[in-house]
Design a protein around this ligand. Structure first.
Ligand SMILES: Cc1cc2nc3c(=O)[nH]c(=O)nc-3n(C[C@H](O)[C@H](O)[C@H](O)COP(=O)(O)OP(=O)(O)OC[C@H]3O[C@@H](n4cnc5c(N)ncnc54)[C@H](O)[C@@H]3O)c2cc1C
Length: 237
């Protein structure tokens, strides 16, 4: 649910919403009373909203990851932990290098998100991958206050009801993979939640994550030109 505080903001989103509609995104335009009925815990700062009818949310990405891992194991796969520093050709196959292992295989998929660039570089492929850093604050007492993900685009973060509370996450920071968390960003999210959802209470866990971003917003999917036994699957806008 996207919310706008003024008619001017709502109108300014016309072009992007029309584009979404042309691509089949189902949406309802809502007035103030509709929003109030749907999400009564929100402070009534909204003027109008747009509901994306087919949007969905995973209440626990952690459980999803465990379920996927379990499916791999049930299908006869094995999970090996390690940080791959390089991939190189070896005979008719390839070798994945970690600090203490060399794994020989005939095919590999690189899906290391924002960290994929180091691996593609070891193969000799130059990819214009960078990171848009995003911040997260959990409000453990507030999960029940919203019934769907809510975002004021002007605030730049989403409030999402999840299994362990309300996740407030977003913002975009161009700062690379090494710089530490900037506490001003999480303070901004905390202040925003306090204003938009006054009953949310205190935030707890904070973290910084790394979106794998490409300049053209398109994912990198396909085989390496230098080493076709390696398939790339990372990156987005
Ligand atoms: C704060 C924040 C909030 C977000 N909220 C949402 C949201 O609500 N909805 C949404 O759709 N998207 C959201 N995103 C974006 C989403 O998280 C990313 O699009 C998604 O995680 C990218 O998935 P991925 O599998 O490509 O990379 P990642 O999730 O980053 O996974 C990469 C994996 O590769 C591993 N890895 C890295 N380097 C190596 C190596 N050298 N060797 C071995 N393994 C390695 C990492 O440990 C990790 O497990 C959010 C992002 C941030 C930062």
């Amino acid at each position: 649910l996207y919310l706008y505080k003024t008619e001017a903001q709502f109108r300014a989103a016309d072009a992007e919403n029309a584009l979404r509609e042309r691509h089949g995104v189902a949406m309802d335009r809502l007035d103030r009373a509709d929003v109030q009925n749907m999400e009564p815990s929100l402070a009534p700062l909204y003027h109008k909203g747009v509901l994306f009818r087919d949007a969905y949310v995973f209440s626990s990405p952690r459980q999803l990851a465990f379920a996927l891992a379990q499916a791999v194991i049930s299908g006869g796969g094995e999970i090996v932990r390690g940080e791959v520093s390089a991939i190189e050709p070896r005979g008719n196959g390839i070798c994945l290098r970690t600090a203490d292992m060399q794994i020989l295989t005939d095919h590999a998929v690189v899906a290391a998100g924002a960290h994929s660039r180091k691996i593609t570089a070891s193969i000799g492929d130059r990819v214009l991958l960078d990171t848009e850093r995003g911040y997260h604050v959990l409000f453990p007492q507030a999960g029940h206050l919203l019934s769907r993900p809510v975002c004021y685009p002007e605030h730049g973060f989403y409030m999402v009801p999840m299994a362990d509370g309300l996740r407030a996450a977003g913002t975009v920071e161009l700062g690379g993979l090494a710089a530490p968390l900037n506490p001003k960003r999480t303070a901004m999210i905390r202040d925003g939640v306090k204003m938009l959802l006054p009953a949310a209470g205190q935030g707890s866990d904070e973290w910084l994550g790394f979106r794998p971003s490409m300049p053209d917003s398109l994912p990198v999917i396909g085989n390496s030109p230098h080493l076709p036994r390696v398939t790339y699957a990372f990156g987005h806008g």
